[in-house]
Design a binder for this molecule. Structure first.
Ligand code: BDP
Length: 708
């Protein structure tokens, strides 16, 4: 195993961004703030500045007792020691039993006699193997903090929670915390290719390709465990069939071995044509017995190498990928053959609903619903349909996907995108939690009011036992993991929402800021306001009033003129439909009828522009340029206002960031500033290009344009 120090490249990377002399001079100026690379993420464990506060925390952490000695308990002990050393500046010894007040005891009732003796077993079992309690109590006559779980993963999560309490300056006295994850499978989906590149990755090369298992992989696992992520699908959904060959399975087994002590299982994206391509079978027809045998043998081989393998992620009959429809079979037939192969081993299949066959409906956003709803109840019990948050494709704002609430007999795994493919990639600061919350808190009305998307995916709405959520990862080999230092917040927020979709975007931001940047009140308040305003600012300058997909092939820059010769629905013009008579996509009953994929009252509200929220107006309606908005202004005027507002807001993010100079470490300050400057310029470019383009159509009815 090669051990590579991931920090070797630190200065090189940063110098490219800001210029070395500026960097070094500035670093010297920022007295007391140690230069940081971002590598440590939210696990910096920066020393508490206040000695009184340090001493008071120290009283609750005199020694650590972690039993028994297993790979996970060693991880727990090492993390607690590391965290406490960083935060409190002392080495906290590991002990066998508490000898004085102030011991931290971690364990499970089945392996730790100290925890077993507390009589909490029934309560812990109710919280499950990943749930935990953190309680102030007395053990052997000494005051202690006990972190206990029915399972080792829960004990690990509890240990991270305990450290987070100190990182966010919460009191440790009289603790009585009980937690359990609301969703069972909390996965990252990595879109990594076998050549080491990452599809839609903006933070360097793959963490695991080419052959390299290094300290970074362990730090990746630590970061995930700290936010409760328990699965990683390690290859792109546009899966190379080679990913299932023995050498690559052996490699996957190596990765699984590193991730296992951290409670993380490996999953693989499977190519549906693997039987033909790897097994030389004449067909991939899922109903052919030889094909079923091939998948069973492949699953057996995988489980021999990776006994806790999670399962397969499959993109089939989508964007040119092979699938069961190539043989006249359904998505259910396809999913079930793989599901039967992994079922004896406890595996699952995540069958993606990201399909948009042009033959199904002229309106792309209607196609997945049309194909999947009739299949409800026809999937094996270990199949999830994996559904993107919205019906198009990770746009900065979409209505929730109408499949949520429409397949009560199928577990639905929500798929969110952490990597910012359509949200400024690694250049723009966009905190995604508010966008994800909008979807999780959206009411599907599937069983009357209150049928939130969050309740669909946590199983409570339809009594699903299997639950989960997947996030398309934004990690790579860049020193700071995510390209933009603030993109780390999206990784963090995804994990926290996967654990508890009820958390607020603000509360998550708060935690992340304190752990990642510091806890000075003005630092926290300024960064919080930047983060919470950033998504709406991005929407204002890229998709005002629900206009969507105004981009070209790079999915980054404005390209309203884009007409893709390969497919109409890869074009911008297909979505905005601007001409002299108006703009927008008519999805009302008079148009494509997409509104009817939603329940009452949404289908009625969204069928009428007067009752459609302004921010989805042009998603559902095609309207004349002089359409009178709720504000009294014309549609064109509102469009102009939004583009201008967005560009101003982007500039405002930069201005606010500048007030932090000297208050956060210089290195990350400059790195973020360089990107915010670019964001300001890009936002202005969005405004100018789009307004110029649309004005060519709106003229005559526009009372106000670029000249103002
Ligand atoms: C789109 C991406 C493409 C992915 C596809 C998917 O542009 O790279 O392969 O989603 O989710 O957003 O399969």
């Amino acid at each position: 195993m090669t051990l590579v120090n991931p920090l070797n490249t630190t200065l090189r990377t940063r110098c490219r961004l800001v210029g070395c002399s500026t960097l070094i001079a500035a670093m010297a100026l920022a007295v007391g703030l140690r230069a940081e690379t971002g590598y440590d993420l939210w696990l910096r464990y920066a020393r508490l500045m206040d000695p009184i506060q340090r001493a008071s925390y120290r009283q609750s952490a005199i020694a650590i007792v972690v039993q028994p000695r297993s790979p996970t308990s060693e991880v727990i002990a090492a993390e607690l020691a590391r965290g406490l050393r960083g935060l409190l500046g002392v080495d906290v010894p590991r002990a066998v039993r508490p000898r004085s007040d102030g011991t931290v005891i971690v364990g499970t009732p089945s392996t730790s006699p100290l925890v077993a003796a507390l009589g909490w077993t029934d309560a812990l079992v109710r919280l499950g193997d990943e749930g935990y309690v953190i309680r102030s109590t007395s053990v052997g006559g000494h005051a202690a903090t006990v972190i206990a779980s029915a399972g080792e993963a829960g004990a690990l999560y509890g240990a991270f929670h305990f450290l987070r309490l100190i990182q966010t300056r919460r009191p440790l006295a009289r603790l009585d915390i009980a937690e359990r994850p609301r969703l069972e499978r909390r996965l990252l989906n990595h879109w990594d290719n076998l050549d080491g590149s990452i599809e839609r990755g903006y933070a360097g090369r793959s963490l695991w390709w080419p052959d390299r298992v290094d300290q970074r992989l362990r730090d990746y696992a630590r970061a995930n465990a700290s936010i409760g992520i328990n699965g990683a699908s390690i290859n792109s959904v546009n899966a190379n069939p080679q990913s299932l060959t023995t050498p690559l399975l052996e490699k996957a087994a190596g990765i699984a071995g590193v991730l296992r002590p951290y409670g993380i299982r490996v999953y693989l994206a499977a190519n549906f044509a693997a039987p033909k391509m790897l097994g030389s079978l004449p067909t991939d027809d899922p109903l052919d017995p030889a094909v079923a045998r091939w998948w069973r043998a492949k699953a057996d081989e995988i489980y021999r190498l990776v006994p806790d393998f999670g399962g397969f992620v499959v993109k089939a009959n989508s964007e040119g990928q092979p699938g069961p429809q190539d043989y006249g079979r359904t998505h259910a037939d396809g999913a079930n053959v793989l599901a039967d192969a992994v079922a004896p081993h406890g595996g699952i299949v995540l069958w993606r609903a990201f399909v948009y066959d042009e033959a199904v409906d002229p309106d792309r956003v209607k196609r997945a619903y049309a194909e999947f709803v009739p299949l409800d109840g026809r999937f094996r019990e270990n199949v999830f349909a994996q559904v993107k948050n919205g019906p198009l494709d990770f746009q900065p704002r979409e209505p929730f996907h109408p499949l949520f609430g429409a397949m009560p007999r199928t577990p639905l795994m929500a798929e969110l995108q952490i990597t910012q493919e359509y949200l400024g990639q690694a250049n723009h600061l966009v905190y995604l939690a508010p966008m994800w919350k909008e979807v999780l808190d959206a009411d599907t009305y599937a069983q009357g009011p209150g049928s939130l998307v969050a309740k669909v995916i946590d199983g409570s709405l339809d009594g699903q036992r299997r639950t989960g959520i997947a996030g398309v990862a934004n990690t790579g080999r860049d020193v700071n993991w995510s390209g933009h230092d603030f993109a780390q917040a999206n990784w963090y927020a995804f994990g926290r929402l996967a654990w508890d979709p009820g958390l607020s975007a603000g509360a998550i931001a708060d935690e992340w800021i304190r752990m990642t940047w510091g806890d000075a009140p003005d630092v926290v308040a300024t960064i919080r306001s930047i983060m919470l305003d950033s998504r709406e600012a991005f929407v204002h300058y890229t998709m005002p009033l629900g206009l969507h997909h105004v981009i070209g092939g790079d999915h980054y820059a404005p390209m309203p003129e884009n007409t893709d010769p390969r497919r109409a629905d890869w074009s911008a013009t297909y979505y905005h439909r601007a001409d002299a008579s108006g703009i927008g996509y008519d999805r009302t009953r008079r148009g494509s009828g997409a509104v009817d994929q939603y329940r009452l009252p949404l289908r009625e509200l969204w069928n009428d522009p007067a009752t459609t929220p302004d921010d989805l107006l042009l998603w559902f309606h095609r309207l004349p340029w002089d359409y009178r908005m709720k504000s009294g202004r014309t549609l064109w005027d509102e469009l102009v206002r939004s583009y201008r507002r967005g560009a101003d807001e982007a500039k405002g993010l930069e201005t606010r960031w500048r007030t932090l100079h000297g208050k956060v470490d210089e290195e990350r300050y400059q790195a973020v500033l360089a990107r915010l400057r670019r964001q300001t310029e890009d936002a202005a470019a969005w405004r100018d290009k789009c307004l110029r383009y649309f004005q060519a159509f709106s003229k005559g009815s526009a009372s106000d344009a670029l000249s103002r």
